[in-house]
Design a protein around this ligand. Structure first.
Ligand code: COA
Length: 283
């Protein structure tokens, strides 16, 4: 069985810097598509990526979004030429707009995205690329993918929200080490420090990602949405606020997805066809 996407729809969003494919399993493959520039994120890509994610949010063909890179890189971070040098000397509002367009999708859009997102890290992943990496719900890397925060070696602190993003997922000792030394690391290290969920050999990366995406798309989309947003947002709340919010998410999933209540409860209580921890019970 081929792991390649099976269809490329003409009416899918995307353009010069972001490519989109949709397969028959409901996976929307979103590619950073500047392979000649190692998929560095320039202002055009940032605008296009926001538009792509916005469009896929309402596209019924897509149940899970996989963010990956064309060519040898996932993304080499912010485009140092177009994002920084070419905005030097421009009015402050221009610089602010360019910055905002980056975080608009890399943080705000992805963090609040209603559909499950998986970062499939196929190669180089540097600097600013850590923000969309952390903002995706799940991440799988090739064992030999190379990661790094090179900024200190150029005499600047890590840019964008990179440092905050690291604090979200990896232990302090690892974060401090890599933020302060700029030492690169590979996919295995990234998995050990939980920057990604797992690392697999490069030739198994796509198959493993499809397997995970299929699991997610087989579940009620309202339930998955409630579960992921419930976790992301409740962590920052008091217990009292979280209780109210999480019950609201719970009720919302049931309200919007009748099936979740009937089949979910029935499967456990009556048919005994599903028991947590034991998986599907075929008896
Ligand atoms: N910004 C702008 N351009 C970048 C870039 C970035 N972050 N990363 C790569 N490029 C460009 C290079 O300038 C080069 O452009 P050119 O062909 O016009 O000269 C092209 O992409 C290919 O890069 P090259 O370095 O030749 O590729 P490589 O395969 O030998 O090395 C990397 C790949 C990722 C190791 C290397 O490009 C690199 O270290 N990039 C910077 C990564 C980084 O520290 N990013 C942090 C930014 S926040």
């Amino acid at each position: 069985m081929s792991n390649e996407p099976t269809s490329t729809e003409k009416d899918l969003p995307g353009g010069d810097t972001v490519r989109v494919e949709c397969d028959d399993n409901g996976i929307g493959w979103v590619y950073f598509n500047r392979p000649d520039k190692r998929n560095a994120m320039n202002p055009a890509l940032n605008v296009e990526m926001y538009e792509v994610l916005d469009a896929l949010e309402g596209d019924d063909r897509v149940k899970v979004v996989v963010l990956t890179g064309a060519g040898s890189a996932w993304s080499a971070g912010m485009d140092l030429k177009e994002y920084f040098r070419e905005t030097d000397g421009k009015p402050r509002w221009v610089q602010n707009r360019v910055r905002r367009q980056g975080t608009d999708w890399q943080h705000h859009k992805l963090i609040n995205y209603p559909k499950p997102t998986i970062a499939m890290v196929n190669g180089w992943c540097f600097g600013g690329a850590f923000v969309p990496l952390v903002s995706c719900d799940l991440a799988i890397a090739a064992e030999d993918a190379k990661f790094g925060l090179s900024e200190v070696n150029w005499g600047v602190t890590p840019g964008n929200l990179v440092t905050r993003a690291l604090a979200e997922v990896i232990p302090t000792r690892d974060a401090m080490y890599h933020i302060m030394t700029g030492e690169p690391f590979d996919g295995r290290d990234a998995a050990r420090m939980r920057l990604v969920n797992e690392a697999v050999p490069a030739d198994e990366l796509r198959a493993r990602t499809i397997e995970l995406a299929n699991k997610l798309s087989s579940l009620s989309q309202w339930v998955v949405r409630g579960a992921k947003l419930g976790f992301r947002h409740s962590r920052l709340m008091s217990w009292e606020a979280a209780e109210d919010f999480l019950y609201a998410k719970h009720d919302q999933a049931i309200l919007y997805d009748e099936q979740a209540r009937t089949t979910g409860m029935q499967g456990f209580l009556d048919d005994k066809s599903y028991r947590p921890g034991l998986g599907i019970n075929s008896n």
